[in-house]
Design a protein around this ligand. Structure first.
Ligand code: PLP
Length: 423
């Protein structure tokens, strides 16, 4: 060790005093940032209510038939490495899902199974992003997006969802942004949208998606749609997959078992690349290479997710119950938040997030970070600061806990705002 450490001129890390790569400094999770403080409070015997984690399986047990399929896979010895891009049973089930649900025709080669959308994001960015490349994401964004771009030396260009228009996509802003990028000859590698959205719960309407597809086509930018919440849609809203509209232009769909199949800990996601064009073909082959390098996703979990997808009767029943309970929660929370003069909130249409704006002029806090920390310390409610999603002056509430816990928590949030009001 001594010999190694004395070769000071070999590598820049010895000059800077760190072994870590430059992009590694961007690897950070705003979503888990207050976990240490919450743990500390728990150690002190306090009962912290965690409204920060988008994990349905904490409150809605993963359906029994899926668990049984997992156990069966284990008992049948499905415990070895499996096919890198995904077991055939799961690929077939995913192809089937897209055919029946969205009338999208896929081949098995168009689907790549990953260890969650989290891994899919890493693969996609690693495959596409060179140092100094740009990609377009929209704020508020899911916290992993900018991290995954910067991890590979890329940078992100920010479009936005417009809060004054129910968080709809700011299409004029996007058009301008592409024109500017064109003038600077920095064509972004991709544009990524989230539908339904985390953290706002927005479901993007068909006409807006059509315009997004048009923009991607006009500016020759790969379109990626993260649709992991595509089955958590509230009554009265309808969801359209980008795959229904983008036929003929290169696009990618990200999805998985975590949310709609209530199986976050299984770590099963997938990438769909439907096109037969050169770019799509190159990309799916490269993603398959990434899969081979990391060997495979969790084997028994893949069997369980295949069963979850195939047993449509049980799936519709269980996911239907979950979505109704979530919608009830969201409506109850929105009603209570309506009494709060310090917050204003756009009604979510899907997923399970609520993203209130904090009127900072009325509050004794400097910013959303202080607000969220204060709420945790004073009222033992853990939420996430909006700046972690690129949207300061907001905070994110997860509406998955039982109704009475949600109601009590929002009451505490309302009390907290009153107590810390400037006026
Ligand atoms: N994409 C979005 C929009 C998410 O909200 C999340 C998790 O919260 C993920 C991806 C991660 O999903 P997975 O559990 O499949 O890695």
């Amino acid at each position: 060790m001594a010999k190694w450490a004395t070769r000071r001129t070999d590598s820049c890390c010895f000059m800077t005093g760190s072994l870590l790569s430059a992009p590694s400094r961007y690897v950070y999770s705003a979503i888990r940032e207050d976990d240490d403080l919450a743990d500390q409070l728990r150690k002190e015997g306090k009962k912290v209510v965690k409204l920060s984690s988008g994990d349905p399986a904490i409150y809605f047990p993963t359906p029994r038939y899926v668990i049984d399929a997992y156990v069966k896979a284990l008992r049948n010895g499905k415990t070895s490495y499996s096919r890198s891009q995904g077991i055939v049973e799961l690929l077939e089930a995913i192809v089937n899902r897209y055919k029946t649900r969205y009338k999208i025709e896929l081949n098995e080669e168009d689907v790549i199974v990953t260890s969650g959308v989290a891994e899919a994001l890493t693969f996609v960015n690693s495959a596409l992003i060179d140092v100094a490349d740009a990609a377009v994401i929209l704020k508020p964004y899911y916290t992993q997006y900018p991290v995954a771009i910067r991890m590979f030396g890329g940078k992100f260009i920010l479009g936005r969802y417009d809060e004054t228009k129910e968080w709809s996509i700011d299409l004029d802003g996007l058009a301008k942004l592409f024109k500017q990028a064109g003038r600077k000859r920095t064509r972004p590698k991709y544009m990524l949208i989230t539908n339904p959205n985390n953290p706002t719960g927005t479901v993007v309407p068909r006409h807006a998606l059509e315009e997004v597809v048009e923009l991607a086509n006009e500016h020759r930018v790969l379109l990626i749609s993260d649709e992991i919440y595509d089955e958590i849609i509230f009554e009265g809203s309808s969801f359209v997959s980008i795959g229904e509209l983008a036929d003929g232009i290169p696009h990618v769909i990200l999805n998985g078992a975590s949310k709609a199949f209530d199986a976050t800990g299984f770590r099963i996601g997938y990438v769909v690349v439907p096109g037969g064009d050169k770019l799509s073909t190159e990309l799916k082959h490269k993603l398959a290479d990434y899969c081979r390098v990391r060997l495979c996703s969790n084997t028994p979990a893949q069997y369980a997710v295949a069963e979850a997808l195939n047993n449509r009767v049980e799936h519709e029943r269980t996911v239907g119950e979950m979505v109704r309970a979530i919608q009830g929660n969201v409506e109850a929370v929105m009603k209570l938040l309506g009494e709060n003069q310090h917050l204003s909130t756009v009604m979510p249409r899907g997923a399970f997030y609520i993203f209130p704006r904090i009127d900072m002029r009325k509050m004794r806090f400097k910013n959303d970070r202080e607000f969220v920390k204060g709420l945790l310390e004073e009222k033992l409610i853990q939420t996430i600061r909006g700046s972690g999603f690129g949207s300061p002056n907001h905070f994110r509430i997860v509406a998955l806990a039982p109704r009475e816990v949600m109601a009590d928590s929002i009451q505490r949030i309302n009390d907290f705002c009153m107590k810390n009001s400037k006026g």
